[in-house]
Design a protein around this ligand. Structure first.
Ligand SMILES: [Ca+2]
Length: 306
C-alpha cells in the first residue's frame, strides 16, 4: 500500500513533539510538509521548536511558518502547560534552518495539495488559523483534500475555559470556517485525549528505549498536561492514532458547530449527538478510545523512532 500523504499543522508543544515523532517514523504515513501556527507558545518559538525537532528526528520534511496571530481573538498561550519555551525539559541541539521554506505555510500547503497526485490529508494539531486561511484564500485546494483529521474540541467540557478546548478556544472563528467547510472531518478531542494516558511506569520504559523515548521522558517531567501520577494526556497523538489505527476509537457521525458569541462559552464545539438541530452530519467525532490498546500502540510507535 502507498504511504498516505499528510500535512501536519502544529504548535510544538510537548504533546505535539511526541505526535510528530510517531508520524515521521510511521511506515504508513508520508509527511509531505509541516506547518507551524501560533498556539501553545508564540509563532517564533513553535517554529524554532519544530526545526529543533526535525534536527532531533533527523528527517528532511520541509517546514513552513504560518500565522502569528489568530484571525480575530487575541492570542492565548499555554506556557503554563508546556514551559516557557514550549518544550521545556530537554537540551535540544540548535536547528538546521535549511528546512525552513521561504514560503508562507498557506502558500506551501496550497502547492503541496495542488501538486499531489493523490488527495492529501490535513492533520492540524494546533489552533486552526492556517487551515482557515488556506480554505478561504485557495478554495480550489478542497478537491484534493481527502479529509481533515484534527485534534481539538470536546463533546462535554473544556480545558481552556469551562466549555472550550484549547485549540478551538485559541481561534474560534478559524475553527468555525474549518467545521463548516464541507470537507470530511474527524475530530479527536478531549473525550479521547483525557483517556489517552501515559503513566510513570510507561515513561520509565520510554526512557531506556531509544533516543526519542529518552527525549520524551525528559519533556514529560516538565509537562503539565495532567500529572504524572494520574497520567499525562497525549492529546495530539490521538489524531495520529486515528490515522494509523482507527479501530482504537469509537466514533459518531454527527453535526458539530463552533460557538462564537457565547459570553461564557466562546470556542465551545457544540456536538449534536442527539440530532436536536436537524442538520446534516459534518464530522466523525471520536467519542471513546480503548486506553489499553492506545498505550500499547503508543509505546510500540515510539519504538520505531530514532
Ligand atoms: Ca498542539
Amino acid at each position: 500500500m502507498n504511504k498516505r500523504p499528510i500535512i501536519i499543522d502544529t504548535d510544538p508543544g510537548i504533546d505535539d513533539a511526541v505526535a510528530l515523532g510517531i508520524a515521521l517514523y510511521s511506515e504508513d504515513l508520508d509527511v509531505r510538509l509541516i506547518t507551524t501556527v501560533n498556539g501553545n507558545v508564540n509563532l517564533e518559538k513553535v517554529t524554532y521548536n519544530m526545526l529543533r525537532l526535525m534536527k532531533f528526528f533527523n528527517k528532511q520534511t520541509p517546514v513552513a511558518k504560518g500565522a502569528g496571530t489568530p484571525l480575530i481573538v487575541e492570542p492565548v498561550d499555554a506556557s503554563d502547560i508546556h514551559g516557557e519555551t514550549g518544550m521545556d525539559g530537554y537540551e535540544f541541539e540548535e536547528p538546521d534552518n535549511s528546512l525552513l521554506l521561504d514560503e508562507h505555510a498557506v502558500t506551501a500547503m496550497r502547492r503541496e495539495i495542488i501538486e499531489s497526485k493523490e488527495p492529501v490529508t490535513l492533520v492540524p494539531i494546533g489552533p486552526l488559523t492556517n487551515i482557515a486561511l488556506l480554505l478561504r484564500t485557495y478554495p480550489e485546494v478542497t478537491k484534493n483534500i481527502e479529509e481533515i483529521v484534527l485534534m481539538g474540541g470536546s463533546t462535554s467540557r473544556g480545558n481552556s475555559s469551562v466549555m472550550a478546548e484549547f485549540n478551538i478556544y485559541a481561534d474560534p472563528e478559524a475553527a468555525k470556517i474549518v467545521f463548516s467547510s464541507g470537507i470530511p472531518l474527524v475530530m479527536a478531542g478531549l473525550d479521547v485525549g483525557w483517556k489517552a494516558l501515559v503513566y510513570p511506569e510507561d515513561s520509565e520504559i520510554l526512557r531506556d528505549m531509544n533516543k526519542t523515548g529518552n527525549m520524551i521522558y525528559h519533556l514529560f517531567k516538565k509537562y503539565r498536561g495532567g500529572s504524572f501520577n494520574h497520567g499525562l494526556k497525549m492529546y495530539d497523538s490521538c489524531a495520529i492514532a486515528y490515522l494509523l489505527k482507527p479501530d482504537l476509537f469509537e466514533t459518531a457521525h454527527t453535526f458539530v458547530d463552533v460557538e462564537l458569541t457565547g459570553e461564557l462559552t466562546k470556542g465551545t464545539t457544540v456536538v449534536d449527538l442527539k440530532g436536536k438541530m436537524n442538520k446534516e452530519p459534518n464530522v466523525n467525532v471520536c467519542i471513546d478510545i480503548d486506553p489499553v490498546a492506545f498505550k500499547k500502540w503508543f509505546i510500540e510507535s515510539i519504538r520505531k523512532c530514532n
